[in-house]
Design a binder for this molecule. Structure first.
Ligand code: GRF
Length: 200
């Protein structure tokens, strides 16, 4: 797998930052070839520019369908010879056309221990549910939401005195650790998938 990453964002970009930092300090041998956002004002775009990374903004509102938007994103990634696509707070469902353009080469980070708490506000879902343990998951993206083989997970405790915000921030800390680790595992290439089990 080539080591050129395409990072897709919609907002703050703290996971993007963790990837950039891991590359800068030698923990991750990769290059962010492009950061693509579907939101013009995303804070992550400023982080990318600060790091000297090319940015592209494509608004899904400018396209007649999910698939035409997705194929425009795929074109931008291919034009930069991206080998691994990293979703980092990209708030769009990917169409089958996008997923099949990068088979087993799209990662996502989700702020729960999947398969628990899919969808939006997973941290708040876990807190409201009364879970005692929460966490984060990096998984390979398939056409189904928050599905796909699990590359890496990390757990955090939920204590009785915690607010949902405290849980969210504790999970974010482990997200920033495991996303670069999962990318490294993918790029190192010594992995296989059996059923839906990712084995490295
Ligand atoms: C993270 O919690 C990530 O797990 C979820 O969206 C959030 C993105 O945060 N998919 P950031 O934009 O990386 O700061």
């Amino acid at each position: 797998m080539n080591r050129r990453l395409g990072v897709l964002i919609s907002g703050r970009g703290s996971n993007l930052q963790s990837i950039v930092d891991a590359i800068d300090n030698g923990r991750l041998d990769a290059e962010v070839a492009v950061v693509i956002s579907n939101k013009q004002g995303a804070q992550g775009l400023a982080r990318a520019r600060e790091a000297g990374i090319e940015t592209v903004v494509l608004s899904h509102r400018d396209y007649p369908s999910r698939e035409t938007f997705d194929l425009a994103v795929v074109d931008e990634l291919r034009a930069r010879d991206v080998g691994l696509v990293c979703l980092a707070g990209f708030m769009r469902l990917l169409s089958p056309a996008f997923v099949s353009a990068f088979p087993n080469a799209i990662l996502n980070i989700h702020p729960s221990l999947l398969p628990a708490f899919v969808g939006l506000d997973a941290q708040g879902q876990a807190w409201r549910y009364g879970a005692k343990v929460a966490g984060a998951t990096v998984h390979i993206v398939t056409a189904e939401l928050d599905n796909g083989p699990i590359v890496c997970q990390a757990a955090v405790e939920i204590n009785e005195a915690d607010t949902a915000e405290m849980v969210t921030s504790r999970i974010l800390t482990v997200e920033h650790r495991i996303y670069p680790e999962a990318i490294k595992t993918m790029l190192d290439g010594r992995w296989r998938i059996e059923g839906r089990r990712f084995i490295s």
